[in-house]
Design a protein around this ligand. Structure first.
Ligand SMILES: [Zn+2]
Length: 411
């Protein structure tokens, strides 16, 4: 089974806009109510039966079970009889809200680091889902939402052929409403198999990444170059009264700005992924946990370039689409091994940009050297002969191409 998510901008009428706001409000109130119910149950179980404390009290009967998803879904149906405004929202949409809450809770118990689920403010509740769609709900430039009806969209790309729409999600962003359509196809496509040409990719520190094809791709400093403008906007925000009309306007402007930057970044990352796929059959990367990586020294650079989502999400997806083989290889000591003689040359400090081997006297760019190591490890993993390259000794980073954003976009 293959799934794709396509995103389209919605062009709602005033009436539909109002309806979307209403949906978000009602869904959010259901979410918060259900969350409060669960929380109260949990609190009441923290206190002993015969005690009374300030923090938690045994206010819920001892035989009342935990409000699970099923119990809450049932209670919701009951509540609709008393509260007619709940009927303004598509029934399945509301159930999806309870599912979302249930997921937040189970996630928390599985991975406590994620934090305890919170009540949602308007800013933290920005989407709702239609899990089931009617027949023939797609047309040119318009889409039929259950209970709401036809809405116009800006059809920036054609719907995929041979796929069925399975789910709609309406998302509110700073620049307006968007529709995420989940397409599915039951066709089974075999995973790509390793080909002839291999490429190792290393996430660099001064470069965004380095490849074993001698390309150093510079980090797109989207946020940093635009930081100046952002700072100016945020300074202006200080002079406005919080909550006033002008304050809200400026807030919205800042949110739009952030959205623009993230769109530009995403676009660049996809272009880069295709660029890498153009030149090879197999792509090897390190299995780094980029989350902990970005907490350390490389924080600023890696956060604004999005290396983690590139290596773990975008690149594998593009590889799959282009029928290229993608594999993660062992990350250990990739910066300490020499790609020429494969001996360990010892630890490097962060500002040491050149790999120079005391055994074979080779001197090459550090990131390029580790990308070669990754390529060799990948080739070993898929059972290919490891091709050692002829390396020019002596020249510091000789023959290495430096790429920037603009080289790639025009290419
Ligand atoms: Zn060496």
């Amino acid at each position: 089974m293959i799934t794709f998510t396509y995103r389209y901008k919605i062009k709602p009428t005033k009436q539909q806009l109002k309806q979307f706001e209403q949906y978000l409000d009602i869904c959010r109130s259901v979410y918060n109510y259900a969350h409060a119910e669960r929380k109260a149950w949990l609190e009441s179980r923290k206190s002993k039966v015969d005690r009374c404390s300030i923090v938690s009290e045994y206010i819920i009967r001892h035989d009342k079970p935990f409000p699970s998803y099923n119990a809450q879904a049932k209670a919701l149906t009951e509540a609709k009889k008393r509260l007619p405004y709940l009927k303004l929202v598509n029934a399945q949409c509301l159930q999806q809200v309870l599912k979302r809450l249930d997921k937040a809770w189970t996630d928390f118990f599985k991975i406590p680091e994620r934090g305890f689920p919170r009540f949602r403010t308007k800013n933290r509740f920005r989407s709702f889902v239609f899990p089931q769609l009617g027949k023939n709900c797609l047309d040119k430039g318009k889409v039929k939402l259950p209970s709401i009806g036809w809405i116009k969209i800006r059809q920036s790309r054609a719907y995929p052929v041979g796929f069925q729409p399975k789910q709609f999600q309406v998302v509110k962003r700073a620049s307006g409403y968007y529709l995420m359509i989940n397409f599915q196809s039951s066709e089974v496509v075999p995973d790509p198999i390793p080909g002839e040409k291999s490429l190792g990719i290393d996430a660099g520190i001064s470069n965004f990444l380095a490849t074993s094809n001698q390309e150093l791709i510079k980090s797109p400093k989207f946020l940093r170059s635009k930081l100046k403008k952002l700072r100016k906007l945020q300074r202006q925000l200080k002079n406005k009264t919080k909550g006033s009309n002008n304050w809200l306007k400026l807030q919205n402007k800042i949110a739009k700005f952030h959205e623009k930057v993230s769109n530009a970044r995403r676009d660049w990352l996809f272009k880069l992924a295709h660029h890498l796929c153009d030149k090879t059959d197999n792509i090897f990367v390190e299995n780094i946990n980029y989350k902990s990586w970005s907490r350390g020294i490389c924080r600023k650079q890696s956060l604004d370039s999005g290396i983690g989502s590139f290596m773990n999400e975008i690149l594998p997806m593009v590889c799959w689409k282009r029928n290229k083989f993608y594999l993660k290889v062992d990350k250990d000591y990739s910066s300490q091994e020499c790609p020429n003689c494969r001996l360990f040359t010892g630890k490097k400090t962060l500002n040491q940009r050149i790999h120079s081997c005391q055994f074979c006297n080779i001197e090459i760019e550090r990131d390029y050297a580790s990308s070669l190591i990754i390529q060799q490890r990948g080739q070993t993993a898929v059972g290919q002969p490891v091709g050692y390259k002829e390396m020019a000794c002596g020249g510091r980073g000789a023959g290495v191409l430096q790429f920037t954003l603009f080289d790639l976009v025009t290419a």
